[in-house]
Ligand binder design. Structure first.
Ligand code: AP5
Length: 209
């Protein structure tokens, strides 16, 4: 968990590679649906572009279906879900069915005033979901994804107005989910305001424990 631009996607991908388990990102799944022009994509596109949240019932259905796939039986890294209390409550029985006793929650802490700078320089790969930054984390070849070779683009929700709305949604709708997991004693906070490798070392240390 973490605010927009806190590095959830960057770190979740690394964690998934390190443990050879799927990276399940609801943002990536929605962006692929938008690009393919599915009914879900048509419904989600204007909501995402404005920085709002897609309705809970839709998101819960997508996650239930994804976590029932055979590649998720040995674990997975969830990125961007749950982000409302209703999503967190509906996830509980799904986790229980997947041996969820060992579920852990990581929250990346990054101050709001750094977020706009990170997102305004972001370059994203729609195909594999990798994120780069023009200054902090550039691709090896300009505008080409290191992982899959696809062209990099600027996300339509990385405008200043949409980023502010996403931050507002995070504080209003997702911070209560942090409290939900804190009460269950499964929450671990990680300072995300450091270089990518250093943040990953902190996460690895926690997961190793
Ligand atoms: P989603 O794709 O989940 O977007 P988000 O939460 O706004 O987060 P971001 O992807 O913008 O940032 P991130 O934390 O992954 O950071 P990243 O690693 O890319 O969701 C998009 C939209 O889909 C939502 O707004 C909503 O509409 C909808 N949606 C998705 N899930 C939903 C759900 N469950 N319910 C309802 N609606 C849902 O890094 C950001 C930048 O910073 C990059 O340029 C990166 O290179 C750079 N960076 C990363 N780490 C560092 C570092 N340590 N130092 C410096 N720069 C760094």
């Amino acid at each position: 968990m973490g605010p927009p631009g806190s590095g959830k996607g960057t770190q979740a991908k690394r964690l998934a590679d390190r443990f050879q388990i799927p990276h399940v990102s609801t943002g990536d799944m929605l962006r692929q649906a938008v690009q393919s022009g599915t009914d879900l994509g048509k419904e989600a596109a204007p909501i995402m572009a404005s920085g709002g949240l897609v309705p809970d019932e839709l998101m819960i259905g997508i996650i239930r279906e994804r976590l029932a796939q055979p590649d998720a039986t040995s674990g997975y890294v969830l990125d961007g879900f749950p982000r409302t209390t209703e999503q967190a409550e509906k996830l509980e029985p799904i986790l229980a069915g997947n041996g969820g006793g060992s579920a852990r929650v990581l929250q990346l802490l990054v101050p709001d005033d750094l977020i706009v700078g990170r997102l305004s320089g972001r370059l994203s790969c729609i195909k594999c979901g990798s994120a780069y930054h023009q200054k902090n984390n550039p691709p090896k070849v300009a505008n080409v994804c290191d992982r899959c070779g696809s062209e990099l683009t600027v996300r339509p929700d990385d405008t200043e107005q949409a980023v502010r709305k996403r931050l507002e949604s995070f504080h209003r709708q997702t911070i209560p989910v942090v409290a939900f997991y804190r009460n269950k004693n499964v929450l671990h906070e990680v300072d995300g305001n450091a270089p990518v490798d250093q943040v990953f070392e902190r996460i690895e240390r926690f997961v190793g424990e």
